[in-house]
Design a protein around this ligand. Sequence first.
Ligand code: G3H
Ligand code: 13P
Ligand code: ZN
Ligand code: NA
Length: 283
Amino acid sequence: MLVTGKEILNDAHEKGYAVGAFNVNNMEQVHAIIEAAEETKSPVIIQASQGGLKYAGVEYIAAMAKVAAKNSSVPVAIHLDHGTDFKQIMMCLRNGFTSVMIDASHYELDENIRKTKQIADMAHAVGVSVEAELGKIGGVEDDIAVDEREATFTDPDEAERFVRETGVDYLAIAVGTAHGPYKGEPKLDFDRIKLIKERLNMPLVLHGSSGVPEESIKKAVKLGINKINIDTDIRMAFHKAVKEFIKENPDVYDPRKIVGPAKKAMKEVIAEKMRMFGSESRA
Ligand code: G3H
Ligand code: 13P
Ligand code: ZN
Ligand code: NA
């Protein structure tokens, strides 16, 4: 069933577990996510990035995700990931997204607050939940100095002010994760997660979660993370399965046969994440 992001994440916050937010660009990914959610009885968030919307189109993404939600027995939210563009956010609202992220984290604090509040007021007026980002969650960078790295982390005082003044429903925080694959092992600032959770007492979001070891994920969930974004690990499962299939069956040209095993591989990765995050049997 289709629900708002807030319905899913408030339950996760109250009960102390996390829900996976998985990026989609095509039908096979939507199928993989919804099948994994049904199998594990997990609530789930289907999300589309800027790149995803550009590739598939907002109407296609929304239509596929809505069919998945309508036919499912588990709660499903449809979310815009890293929204930056006012018009695009409006298009998502019009097309039935039940959650949107406004990412104005690259602006200085006052401007981030101003832009975020504008979107939050509008989305809330039509019953749609809102995520925002404070601090900077980048891509994987090599050789960045420790103090430089920490300067990009979310400040708990600023976070309190940010949430009070914008009214967002959940907050993405920068605590050491990065988008894409990691070169070494990511080092998360667990004390910061704990402190921000105590100060805000609301659902928190972890971006860049592909490649983060299971132990770190579980610790982060225990300390207060409730939404966990996964894109890269799904892409890698897809890539590996397609590569293997073509290597073993170089003459098969039926697209269904080529991407069928990839769909199954994505589903397995997603179901494993759901169990790891603690969302199993919460639906
Ligand atoms: O936010 C990050 C997504 O993993 C990347 O998105 O679809 O724009 O490449 P993309
Ligand atoms: P990964 O690239 O680590 O999967 O992160 C995805 C993400 O945060 C999408 O918003
Ligand atoms: Zn992200
Ligand atoms: Na990552």
